[in-house]
Design a protein around this ligand. Sequence first.
Ligand SMILES: Cc1ncc(C[n+]2csc(CCOP(=O)(O)OP(=O)(O)O)c2C)c(N)n1
Ligand SMILES: [Mg+2]
Length: 737
Amino acid sequence: MATKTDPKPAGVAAEKIRSEGKTYEGLSREQLIEAYRIMYTSRRVDDREILLKRQQKIFFQISGAGHEAVGVAAGFALKPGYDWFYPYYRDRALCLTLGATPHEMLLMAVGAAADRQSGGRQMPSHWSFPKFNVVTQSSPTGSQILQAVGCAEGGRYLAAHPQAAKKSEGDYRQFKEVKFQRDEVTYVSLGDGATSEGEFWEAMNTASNRKLPVLFVIEDNGYAISVPVEVQTAGGNISRLVAGFPNFHFEEIDGTDPVACYAAFVRTAAHCRAGEGPGFIHAHVIRPYSHSLSDDERLYRPDAERNRDAARDPITRMQMFLIRESILDENGINKLEKQVEDDLQVAVDQALDAPPPTPDTIALYVYSPNLDPTDSALQREPASPVPAADGKKLAPKTMADLINATLRDEMRRDERIVIFGEDVADCSRQQYLQEKLIKGKGGVFKLTYGLQNDFGCDRVFNSPLAEANIVGRAVGMATRGMKPVVEIQFFDYIWPAMMQLRDELPLIRWRSNNGFSSPCVIRVAIGGYLTGGAIYHSQCGESIFTHTPGIRVVFPSNALDAAGLLRTAIRCDDPVLFLEHKRLYRETFGRAAYPGPDYMIPFGKAKVVQAGTDLSVITYGAVVPRALQAAQKLEREQGVKVELIDLRCLNPFDWETIAASVSKTNRAIVAYEDTLSWGYGAEIAARIADQLFDHLDAPVRRVAAKDTFVAYQPILEDAILPQAEDLLRAMKELVEY
Ligand SMILES: Cc1ncc(C[n+]2csc(CCOP(=O)(O)OP(=O)(O)O)c2C)c(N)n1
Ligand SMILES: [Mg+2]
């Protein structure tokens, strides 16, 4: 191990260190003893958990064995509650160094009610310690990395806009303490295997490009379960592959040597804190136990290889180092270890005695317990139309105009809002705008036009062409209190972000037992009827997201609703997927004057577009004008009065309005643009059949797209998507049933 006499030690307890003279890369003898105590504790917690698992007293185990040295070093070099941490499951020693206790870890292992990290919802070693800025982690490998990038961006933004951090009444800002430090670092760690994932490269790219203070730590134990590093990584060494990224400080170190690790962390953190860019520490560690208790590494690793690893075990190496340097003798080590064992026994006993959570807690924190976006009190009337200068009423505006105006007013009101996505800026080359050489773009549909011009390029900016990057960064920003309102250019291209949208964004609050939340807005252009949109510019698929608890899904059909619901989405304390139908952006149907900067519509309140007595048609989005056309024709031709319901919001949805209507008309059609089978309307139809059976005089009918994709040729597109004629036919059949 590296030793050095440093005449000017920096960092923790510098005074004390000076008085004792010899230090090891700035670490005092006391600190080294403390490092060993934490490393040994970490290993022993793993060993005790393994035993408890074998005794079936806990239900899963993931060890940090072999990774202790790098964890302790990171914990010594960084600051809990000041820096931010996105660790992964092997970072037990890091968390202990930051201040977490074995007791807290064991409460998670037994799944106790008192488990503050997750309330019995997550596996052990899925760290979440708000007090130390250790952000809730999940099981998908690599999904934390882009969030760490967003977290670092959030810190930088807040340092430049300190006013934005202030609490404010009347929206989500009431409910979160926002903190930042001008020279903070965001730590993120991952294994060698996770470096193969696209999100890793997207994160490296953005951290490098924006010179963000993200400290990437690769804990390379040579394996991802049974897959060795040379199969994961071209050339077998990740450091060689990333060496070309600009602005980084790189270190490749022996991750079983805490002193060498500490020195690397101090150097790298200094680079990040100085605003020079991100850091990359590639630590070669070992994995002395199998991947997890479900894995037996002897099936794919011969004894000789495992013995080579064992010779580098950080616990024994550190013991020998302390003895060699006369920092502790054998007796001292025994005493320390005995103390650790005694303390651990108490923690184990307490955890085993801790009561489990009660089943009635399961629904807690799926959504914000603080702000209910369905509250009728949120409803505002549109401001009375302001007369224009010439005394005429304001001209009705399109949905696109009103979304743009709403974004502008909300950005003015709330400095925490940032907007990014593909092409959303007016112009990334700002000087062109300043010199008035160009007009600016503001989105492929121009929904964000003029916002960069009005609010500056640190509030409205382009992202790389990478959807996971957009959503992952938004999650990280929102977790620390920002309000990213990001855009996915086409719903058809939302899928690269699916890991973030399914396993991260909606779960941050629930899985952390309300320790963290991530209330951002994802605006997405969706839908067909475009005449030439074809397969990849016409998709729906909203049911995939309404099927995911924890995320609100909104789908307005007209300009006024879009304005009112977008405002509610932005002020909401939950994440919101805001679906904007491309065909409706500039439609004549549903234009309206801008309803003013306070206009809000609560979520989960349907709109009765037209009242009727003979048949209920429940729909949303671009099917609303088509259903209205069919209903009007039916009334003209046959005097049938259709009650047309526009759901507007898909999760939550307005069951009361549906139930009241169907109880009255006794007939129901559920119509939606998405493919028929397993579509959103299938759930509504099932509920009607289940709960309103006694009221029905006819079967519940669905009208939707054919179970295929949307074709390019308009004749095919017409045949595939539900048309007014399809609705009319179904309406006639049902009233005649
Ligand atoms: C996205 C994803 N795919 C697969 C898994 C299953 N899995 C869990 S850990 C792991 C290997 C991770 O290896 P590495 O990144 O090297 O970390 P290590 O466990 O070796 O520290 C795999 C495949 C997962 N959790 N997430
Ligand atoms: Mg590994």
